[in-house]
Design a protein around this ligand. Sequence first.
Ligand code: SF4
Ligand code: SF4
Length: 390
Amino acid sequence: MGKLELEKKYEDQVLKCSRCGFCRTICPTFEAKDFLESYGARGRMILLKAVDEGKIQLNQIQSDQSLVDRIFTCTLCGACMETCPSKVDYIATMEAARAGLVKLGLAPPDFDEFGKMTLEKGNVLGQDNARRMKWASKLDNIKVNEPAETLYFVGCNVMRPRVRPMATAAGKVLQDANVDFAVMGEDEWCCGLVFINTGHLDVAKEFAKHNIELIEKINPKRIVTICPGCAQAIQHYEHLVGWNPGDIQIIHAVEYIAELLDQGKFTFTKEFNGGSKVAYHDPCELGRQMGVFDAPRKILNAIPGLEWVELENNKELSHCCGGGSGLQGIDTELAREVANYRLKEVQDAGADVLVTACPTCRSNFLDTIKQNNLAIKVMDIHEILAQALE
Ligand code: SF4
Ligand code: SF4
């Protein structure tokens, strides 16, 4: 069995961790696993150091998958990085460790099959890629793979019937604001983020190369996505396959919509009628990782009749939804346990509607609410916008 072979820059990150434990106050998996050290950032760093020094032998791991489990059950939410006084680049180090485990054939086996299936189908759901355009059935004259100022990258999740309304809503908003936009339609492939996050870089590169070809054909000034993960993945293409995006802005739709709002491109005609009090959940990738906090709040403030509150942990210190980095597939129970903590905050805030701007957050919250029979409605911010524009 080979070595993990972390590049020196990641070995340095592991050494940079001073074992202070400040990250223990904020890590959602550590909390959800009853404060078991190895499920927190510090514990994971200690494990990586032990592997690096040969104190844990990788050839022992096949019979005891606990190290692999700890490394792959981090949601990559980045909360630990907010409290870390040593500024450990935790997410990049964890992704590098996962890539090393994948190379050694020690990754969770389901992910290998999942990668093959996604490459074959072009989407993470294993469905016919033609279903990608179902979200557009009620909208006229959508450009597909034609030059446009804006590329609307819709993402795989749109193939789930429950996510489709999000995509339709965002498309309607772009049309109402007379934005010149195109989509990739049936030719759009998975953005690849889940494979970047889980260390399956060869698979991620295939998706990147395919999507870049289409981006260059559309030649947009900006790419907007309704999933923060898709925006992050496309931003990663430069590092992953050496693509130079030039001046192309790669942003989440809320950033662009907030800009259009400032330019007066919308008139809201309808009062919000989705519930009595709304709480906003900052998705980790959109908030902490992309630094987008104001745009969704600006949008919520602009909707007539919408009363909204901040959750106890918000913005940089937002609590993860539990669905990040493929955890829903790797350890569903843990993903829902993490979501439960966030949903408790929603109840404590007296809100009956939880709004987010990420299909993965929405999906993990919906499943957890259903499982625990909670009286909380989950909505995507684009759905709220589309309702207000009707
Ligand atoms: S990224 Fe999030 S889940 Fe992972 S160790 Fe840090 S705080 Fe915990
Ligand atoms: S806060 Fe940073 S330095 Fe301290 S234990 Fe956690 S990862 Fe290590």
